[in-house]
Structures are given as structure tokens and as C-alpha cells.
Design a protein around this ligand. Structure first.
Ligand code: PLP
Length: 376
């Protein structure tokens, strides 16, 4: 089976890397950073982009410049990568873990509304696997209750809600360019926003409290160094040029795979409402109903692994069940859906969706063949 490798690169990355090498300006003040920020921000329908060392510090910075701090509570989904919660903890606020919806895998707006307390200051919405969360309802909740809405769009490059791209739908958004992401330079991040003042505050913190046009040794506010290097930006500019075509390919293959598997009992993929007008297809998420599928999620995973189809049996814990948060420092709402997903959900990484039609049909055959395996 010809499942492509990831990451993908070519002459364009080499050309831009050479440009940086030969410029002698390898750090975060090369003009290529501005080129990347402008191109990526406008791709995501945002007025401002700030390139950063990774998505985790981007999230910490977004919370900080939005005014979240010690004593505040921040609602986060119980299912995500750890940074969604640790960014909250590291700025001295308290994460409040809230359940996800059963088939969008995203924060449940009703459960989020119930979790709001007098201390709640913000809401971090994660677009899991690349599917934008229900921004109509979550946006309304934030507006009604006066909460700051931050998008963790680490997995949602190019994803949309009603034609508007991720990262442009809240006060600020963050993206990751870590090795597995749909555009990557190994490690990297971006903060996006339509708020010029917030962008300027974030830039000052990320660049040692400097001001545009000020000198290298002139510092006006308390900052640090979160800058992305020019090498990272070079690779990302090339990756961004390739991204729209890759999203079209993955979307076509995801639709084909879903159609091929539509009649398989007990297998249900992530469900997108009509407002989710584009999906990065970072992950193809699904759940196994073992009684109807005839095999458990772990048996399903073993069958795929044995036949060379990469598959991850979901996160091993809800965020609050990590040893870190078992010690406290958080508030936990009832999360029955999240806990069920730990046992029965899975994802296929995006490279599974980057082959040709024949490969996609072969993958569908392997998945169909996994049904009933537990009964044999
Ligand atoms: C949902 C989510 N949030 C945040 C991050 C953190 O990004 P990074 O690994 O670039 O720090 C990731 C990526 O790993 C992620 O998947």
C-alpha cells in the first residue's frame, strides 16, 4: 500500500532555505518572518499574524495578552493535547475541564454554559482534528457571559466555519507547525488576531519588550524571546504554498473513504455540521461501537497496524486524568462522553488521506476487514 510519508518537502523549501542561509540573517528579525506572517494571517482571514517558537507558547501568550491571569478560570475541553490546559496553568489561571460532544469531538456548548462560574474569564475552543467547533453557539455563549474566546487552532490550518477561517473567529487564535501538523517546520507557532492592539502587545512580549523602529537594546516593557527563526519561516512559506492543494486531496479522499465505509455497522466518523465549510483533515476521527462492529477499538487498531495503516487509539486519558491534573490545580465537570471516547475512539493521521484513489480504496478494504475480527 502506497501511503505517503510525512512531512512533504521539495525544491521550494530548499530555495527559500538557501535564501535565508545566504542572507546571513538567520534569526527572528529577517524580513521573511513578515512575509510568512502576512501570508498566513491573510490565508486564515486575519488582519495580524505573529510567528512564534511553537503553538504552546502562542497559547500562553494569547491568554496573557487577552488579560487572563491568576485567580481566573478558563473553560477547556477535557479532550485535547496537554498544552490547551497547561497554557492556562502556566499563566497562573485554573483550567476547568468540560465534556465534548459525542461525534464532533469538540467542546459541548451546553456543558460549557453550565460550567461558567463567577471566576470564569475565558473559553479555549479547540478545533479537534481540524473541524471547527460550533462557533455559533460558543460565540454566543462568550458574548452573553462576557467571556474571552480563544481558538486553539493548532490542528485547523485552512479550516472554516461558515466560510470564515479558524483563528479569525475569536479574540485570538493559535496554530502549531510541529512535525505532524498539516504545514510544518518541525516546531513553530503563530498567533492570529484581528485586534491590532492585542497583536502589538503580543509582539512586544515575544520580542523582549522592543518597539517597531526602536533599537536592539531598547526595551519598553517586560518581554521574553518567543521568536521563530528565519529557517522555520522559510520552510513554512513553502509549506503554505502547497497547503490548499493538499487540503483538496485529503478532503476528496476523506469523502471517498467515508462513502466506501458508509454501510459498515458500528463505525462512525466525526460528523460535521453544514457550517463547517472546510476542514484541514489533520485527523480522520471516529468511534467504534464494539457490539455492532464486532471488534473493540483496540482490536480495530491492531488489525490496521498489522496491515500497515497508521492509526492512533485516541488519547490515553482525558486531560484531567493525566498525573499532572490528578494532583489538583483544576476544576473538573462531569465528562461521560470524553471518558467513553478514551475507550472507543481512534484517529487516522492525515497522510492516510494523501494517497491516490486506489490506495484509499485499499485502506477502506482494510477497515472493512477489521469488522467482526473480534468475533472470529
Ligand atoms: C490542540 C493542540 N494545542 C496545542 C498544541 C501545541 O503546539 P506545539 O506542539 O507547537 O507546542 C498542539 C500540538 O501539538 C495541539 O494539537
Amino acid at each position: 500500500m502506497q501511503i505517503p510519508k510525512w512531512p512533504v518537502y521539495g525544491e521550494r523549501e530548499l530555495e527559500l532555505l538557501r535564501e535565508v542561509l545566504e542572507s546571513g540573517r538567520w534569526g527572528g528579525h529577517n524580513e521573511i518572518l513578515g512575509r510568512l506572517e502576512g501570508s498566513f494571517a491573510s490565508f486564515q482571514h486575519c488582519a495580524h499574524g505573529l510567528s512564534l517558537a511553537n503553538g504552546t507558547v502562542a497559547l500562553e501568550l494569547a491568554l496573557e495578552v487577552a488579560g487572563v491571569g491568576p485567580g481566573d478560570e478558563v473553560i477547556v475541553p477535557a479532550i485535547s493535547f496537554i498544552s490547551t490546559a497547561t497554557a492556562v496553568s502556566r499563566i497562573g489561571a485554573t483550567p476547568v475541564f468540560v465534556d465534548i460532544e459525542p461525534y464532533s469531538f469538540n467542546l459541548d456548548p451546553e456543558r460549557a454554559a453550565e460550567a461558567v462560574s463567577a471566576k470564569t474569564k475565558a473559553l479555549i475552543v479547540v478545533h479537534f482534528g481540524g473541524q471547527v467547533a460550533d462557533m455559533d453557539r460558543l460565540g454566543r455563549l462568550a458574548a452573553d457571559r462576557g467571556l474571552i474566546l480563544i481558538e486553539d487552532a493548532a490542528q485547523a490550518h485552512g479550516s472554516e466555519w461558515n466560510g470564515r477561517r479558524a483563528g479569525s473567529l475569536g479574540v485570538a487564535g493559535i496554530f502549531s507547525f510541529q512535525n505532524s501538523k498539516v504545514m510544518t517546520c518541525g516546531e513553530g507557532g503563530m498567533l492570529t488576531t484581528n485586534d491590532a492592539e492585542l497583536a502589538a502587545r503580543a509582539r512586544a512580549i515575544a520580542d523582549q519588550g522592543r518597539r517597531a523602529g526602536g533599537g536592539w537594546f531598547h526595551h519598553y516593557s517586560l518581554g521574553t524571546n518567543y521568536r521563530m527563526t528565519a529557517f522555520q519561516a522559510a520552510v513554512l512559506l513553502a509549506q503554505l504554498e502547497r497547503l490548499p492543494k493538499q487540503i483538496r486531496l485529503r478532503s476528496r479522499n476523506a469523502a471517498l473513504l467515508r462513502a466506501e465505509l458508509a454501510s459498515v455497522e458500528g463505525l462512525r466518523f466525526q460528523e460535521a455540521p453544514p457550517q463547517a465549510t472546510a476542514h484541514s483533515c489533520y485527523l480522520l476521527l471516529g468511534r467504534i461501537d464494539a457490539a455492532r462492529f464486532g471488534a473493540t477499538r483496540d482490536q480495530f487498531h491492531q488489525t490496521l497496524a498489522a496491515q500497515g495503516v497508521p492509526c492512533t487509539p485516541f488519547y490515553p486519558h482525558t486531560l484531567y486524568a493525566n498525573p499532572l491534573y490528578r494532583q489538583g490545580g483544576c476544576r473538573v465537570e462531569p465528562c461521560p462522553v470524553s471518558e467513553a471516547c478514551i475507550a472507543d475512539a481512534f484517529w487516522l493521521p492525515h497522510r492516510v488521506l494523501m494517497g491516490d484513489e486506489e490506495t484509499t480504496r485499499e485502506i477502506a478494504a482494510v477497515i472493512r476487514g477489521a469488522a467482526g475480527r473480534g468475533m472470529r
